[in-house]
Design a protein around this ligand. Structure first.
Ligand SMILES: NC(=O)c1ccc[n+]([C@@H]2O[C@H](COP(=O)([O-])OP(=O)(O)OC[C@H]3O[C@@H](n4cnc5c(N)ncnc54)[C@H](O)[C@@H]3O)[C@@H](O)[C@H]2O)c1
Length: 267
């Protein structure tokens, strides 16, 4: 039996653009039938259409990850279209800047709802199918889950929570053959990240930056974590940051007051 027929159906959230789209593209190229799910209804249809035009099996699905009823519909429609899910990638997320004091309750609630609760709701909805297929769950975290930095308050808390969720799910599913891991990218050039940079008056990424991770590299990591040879890997963080998380301040993110990346010339 080929690898593709063993593990063949994937749903990726936040797949209209950026990292999620990259993951969907790489999974589709590896012969997965992929559901691209996103709250941006129009863009996700367009993105799925691009993959389909390239000969891939890909469809768009409107999904707000914070809504349990959306999740119920999305996983049911996935089964109707392609069969039970083998791979769930929780990638939808927001990366707001803010400190303890400048973060208000609305921002805290929104960040935690999308980045953390959304992943739980997805796992809960998809678990019966994943159990039937002995499938895999991949949560897209961040280096910041374990390496906090000033100015990313609700984001860091949400990604640290996602790491806790990842471990808890791995333990709860340990005897059922379902694996759960977190992929933690460093800085990635995406539409969302460019928007945030622009809001801080930076029209582009800093010149000379050498440590960006690409969406395709993250997609390749997901293909590996979904593959048979990685069956024994569960409850881990796979960092994709050139090793910056073990450097003293993993100084990749240019925030107000942080004009210089001390590592950019060394990698
Ligand atoms: N870009 C980076 O440097 C970077 C680094 C580490 C981790 N990440 C993580 O990767 C993920 C994707 O980041 P990105 O840079 O590609 O972002 P992006 O803003 O370019 O894309 C995010 C996508 O998520 C979708 N989305 C937002 N809220 C949603 C919701 N409630 N339901 C469904 N979809 C929703 C958006 O519509 C968008 O298509 C996030 O979880 C982010 O935290 C990003």
């Amino acid at each position: 039996m080929s690898e593709a027929s063993k593990r063949s159906v994937a749903l990726v959230t936040g797949a209209a653009q950026g990292i999620g789209l990259g993951i969907a593209r790489v999974l589709a190229a590896a012969s997965y039938r992929v559901v691209l799910a996103d709250v941006d209804r129009q863009l996700v249809e367009e993105s799925a259409g691009v993959l389909a035009a390239e000969g891939r099996t890909a469809v768009g699905e409107h999904l707000d990850v914070t809504r349990a009823e959306d999740w119920a519909r999305a996983v049911e429609r996935t089964r109707d279209r392609f069969g039970d899910l083998d791979v769930l990638v929780n990638c939808a997320g927001i990366s707001p800047r803010g400190s303890i004091e400048s973060t208000d309750e609305a921002l805290w609630d929104r960040t935690l709802a999308i980045n953390l609760k959304g992943a739980w709701l997805g796992i809960k909805a998809a678990l019966p199918q994943l159990l039937a297929r002995r499938g895999t769950i991949i949560n897209i975290g961040s280096v910041r889950a374990t390496r906090p930095i000033p100015g990313l308050f609700s984001y860091v808390v949400s990604k640290a929570g996602l790491w806790g969720l990842t471990q808890q799910v791995a333990v709860e599913c340990l005897n059922d053959g379902v694996t759960c891991n977190m992929v933690a990218p460093g800085w990635v050039d995406t539409p969302g990240e460019r928007l945030i940079q622009a809001r801080h008056g930076r029209p582009d990424f800093p010149a000379g930056l050498r440590n960006l991770t690409t969406p395709d590299e993250i997609g390749a990591a997901c293909v590996y974590l979904a593959s048979e040879p990685s069956r024994k890997i569960s409850g881990v963080i796979l960092y994709l940051d050139s090793g910056l998380h073990v450097a003293d301040d993993a100084g990749m993110v240019h925030l107000p007051g942080r004009d210089r990346n001390p590592y950019e010339q060394r990698l």
